[in-house]
Design a protein around this ligand. Structure first.
Ligand code: CP
Length: 306
């Protein structure tokens, strides 16, 4: 049976730590890895738009000496003729050695894994999970702070639909001594199932507030998120909530000098472009790290070493 990555808890803490160590080694010694995936193919099946995740997967496979195939929209696959996701994946698993898949329906990658003969990687399923963004976030935190424990992290924005938040909270809840502050409008609070599964069941306390300015001085990490327009059923509600938080240099006045500001991107206007010049803004480094952690993941799931 192939090994899949559908949920971040499919990986043990030791496996995550090992992937981070491999990614850091790739970062320092890329030449060592340039042929690891020679004669291997990665398929990227994206039923929903993406820039970073799809292209970083493709860039990762090419940097490992492998090849890539796939589609970037459901419209240009036989999905448009009515083919099911499982039949599509069953088909592609005859052509590729590993599949990265994004789908707007929660659980679609899990269903795909039931029929695939090759590893399936969940590259984002609806408002549910995004485990490879989480690996990217963990690598970023590790490189910026030197550890994955002993800090205060604030999650700000759309915590209801933000799948990267759900996966990251789940992952961090397995590391010790982390203080969680959730900052959102009432309508966009972290779903109850995430709080219960990741935090309450492990007796991990957390705080919730609507005011970013009140908690800013306490944060070591600020994880900003976009209000996820595509998940709203009601456009009026989206328009009312979309500008709830807009991070500007002025709003960072009371923040710690060594704060790390992360964002999975894409952003709309929740972080002013003027913040990009602040050394505490690490989201462009985060984009770059996404390639290295995906290189480590592809090798791990294929059982390959340099
Ligand atoms: N962070 C992320 O998933 O970005 P894309 O939607 O561009 O892949």
């Amino acid at each position: 049976m192939p090994r899949h990555l559908i949920d971040i808890t499919d990986l043990s803490v030791a496996e995550i730590d090992s992937l981070i160590a491999t990614a850091e080694d790739i970062f320092d010694h890329p030449d060592k890895y340039q042929s690891v995936c020679a004669c291997r193919q990665l398929a990227t099946l994206f039923f929903e738009p993406s820039t970073r995740t799809r292209l970083s997967f493709e860039s990762a496979m090419l940097a490992l000496g492998g090849q890539v195939l796939g589609f970037s929209s459901a419209d240009c696959s036989s999905t448009a003729k009515g083919e099911t996701v499982t039949d599509t994946v069953h088909t592609v698993s005859c052509y590729a050695d590993i599949i990265a898949m994004r789908h707007p329906k929660e659980g679609a990658p899990f269903a795909a894994a039931q029929v695939s003969e090759v590893p399936i990687i969940n590259a984002g399923d609806g408002g549910h999970n995004h485990p490879t963004q989480t690996l990217t976030d963990l690598l970023t935190i590790h490189r910026e702070r030197g550890k994955l424990h002993g800090f205060t992290i604030g999650f700000c924005g759309d915590l209801k639909f933000g799948r990267t938040v759900h996966s990251l909270v789940n992952a961090l809840s397995r590391y010790p001594d982390i203080r969680y502050v959730f900052i959102s409008p009432t309508e966009l609070k972290l779903p109850r199932y995430v709080k219960e599964h990741s935090l309450k069941n492990r007796n991990i306390p957390y705080e919730q507030t609507e005011e970013l300015s009140e908690v800013m001085p306490e944060l070591d990490i600020l994880y900003m998120t976009r209000v996820q327009k595509e998940r709203f059923f009601n456009e009026e509600e989206y328009l009312r909530l979309k500008d709830s938080y807009i991070l500007t240099p002025a709003k960072l006045c009371g923040a710690k000098p060594d704060l790390s500001i992360l964002h999975p991107l894409p952003r709309v206007n929740e972080i002013s472009a003027t913040v990009d010049r602040d050394p505490r803004a690490v989201y462009w480094k985060q984009v770059r790290y996404g390639k290295y952690i995906r290189m480590a993941l592809i090798m791990f799931l294929l059982g390959l070493t340099p």
